[in-house]
Design a binder for this molecule. Structure first.
Ligand code: NAD
Ligand code: GLY
Length: 359
């Protein structure tokens, strides 16, 4: 098992390994011991209708065996549920179930479950304990660590949220066995992002051996990279913005597709487009672009944005990374090295065009 400590506004551990779900109660009780003066009696398990039937009973048993009362809030899977409506229902449910400030939310699921329940944990009675149990590869390597929580508005993704660190992240890699193929590929999209950002060696490892044959190593490598960004810029005002590689175009793709294109697929398209644009503009070598496209291809990730220039541009205007006049674009210089470039908003169309987006 890998054990990684994150030092942020609240410190916590990320545990990565096999058989963690059945011992969740023990691990959570250990993590709560560090919280003085509070007695946590109720665990609100938040999950979706795919994940809960697969893993809910085991989590409940493990928590009940440790003496926690469990109640569950299960919502329909998918990005459409990451909404103010579901968030409101969860808060009402907790209030009606007499959940106290000393109780906790345990998120069992992917990034949708984690982001939504993290925001509920951040705001319910001004903040209650939050535990992340990621069950998608994407959530394991990215969304469960670092404290970004949010829900979407109709006009844009993640427009309402809070920075709120979990008390513990438990990543049981056995749960990834039931992940649908395209969700596995989406997680690989975020993993490739870390390699392009930080490590040519890791990039080569991903080419040489499939992620699924080295889960523990790959997840730990990504969490360690993310740890560095979160510890140095928890509130995303500088360095951490680099984690948005591929996301500026990717979020626009998600919005244009009305969330029918999955996050990891959209990020892959965004990374392909920004790398193509960088290579066209002489900001990275042609070989860098070829290698990025080759790795995306290896993991069967899409590389072409089929929405038009104007539609993509309008979707980008509501992104948080755009302050009205300037957008921070994360641009690869080489494999393992990217820079933040401040691009005047009116130039974004030019970047999209160089990245292969057609009129
Ligand atoms: P998701 O939570 O929708 O999960 C994807 C699908 O897989 C769902 O249908 C889910 O029911 C199913 N699933 C989950 N675990 C499973 C398992 N073990 N077996 C079978 N099916 C399983 O999507 P996601 O890709 O995990 O997360 C995407 C979300 O994460 C987006 O909303 C994105 O904005 C957010 N995100 C947040 C951060 C952050 O830092 N907070 C980072 C990246 C992405
Ligand atoms: N997923 C981007 C971040 O955590 O900053």
């Amino acid at each position: 098992m890998e054990r990684i400590q994150i030092f942020a506004s609240a410190d916590y551990e990320v545990l990565i390994g096999n058989d963690l779900l059945d011992r969740a109660g023990d691990h959570i009780a250990d993590a709560l011991k560090m919280q003085s003066g509070f007695e946590t009696t109720t665990a609100v398990i938040v999950s979706d209708d795919n994940v809960f039937p697969l893993y809910g009973d085991r989590l409940k048993k493990s928590l009940n065996d440790k003496g926690f009362r469990t109640i569950e809030f299960v919502f329909p899977h998918g990005e459409k549920s990451k909404s103010l409506a579901t968030y409101g229902e969860l808060l009402e449910f907790m209030c009606e179930s007499k959940v106290k400030r000393s109780d906790m939310i345990v998120a069992l699921g992917g990034g949708v479950v984690g982001d939504l329940s993290g925001f509920a944990a951040a705001s319910y009675q001004r903040g209650i304990t939050f535990i992340q149990i990621p069950t998608t590869l994407l959530a394991a390597v990215d969304s469960s660590v670092g404290g970004k929580t949010a829900v979407d508005l109709k006009s844009g993704k993640n427009q309402v949220g809070a920075f709120y660190q979990p008390r513990l992240v438990l990543c049981d890699i056995d749960t990834l066995k039931t992940l649908p193929k395209e969700e596995y590929e989406c997680g690989c999209g975020e993993i490739i992002k870390y390699a392009i950002l930080e490590s040519e060696e890791f990039f080569d490892e991903l080419l040489e051996k499939p992620v699924s044959e080295q889960y523990e190593h790959v997840i730990a490598t990504c969490v360690n990279i993310k740890k560095h960004y979160v510890e140095n810029d928890e509130f995303d005002t500088g360095l951490r913005m680099k984690l948005n590689l591929g996301h500026t175009f990717g979020h626009a793709v998600e919005t244009c597709s009305e969330y029918t294109i999955l996050h990891g697929q959209a990020v892959a398209m965004g990374m392909a487009a920004i790398t193509k644009a960088a290579s066209e503009m002489g900001l990275c070598s042609k070989e860098t672009a070829v290698r990025v496209l080759e790795l995306l291809d290896r993991y069967e990730l899409p590389q072409t944005i089929s929405f038009g220039l104007q539609e993509m541009y309008e979707a980008m205007l509501v992104d948080k990374k755009n302050n009205g006049t300037v957008t921070n674009l994360i641009v690869p210089s080489a494999i393992g090295n990217c820079r933040i470039m401040k691009i005047p908003t009116e130039k974004l169309k030019g970047w999209l065009a160089e990245g292969g987006v057609e009129d």
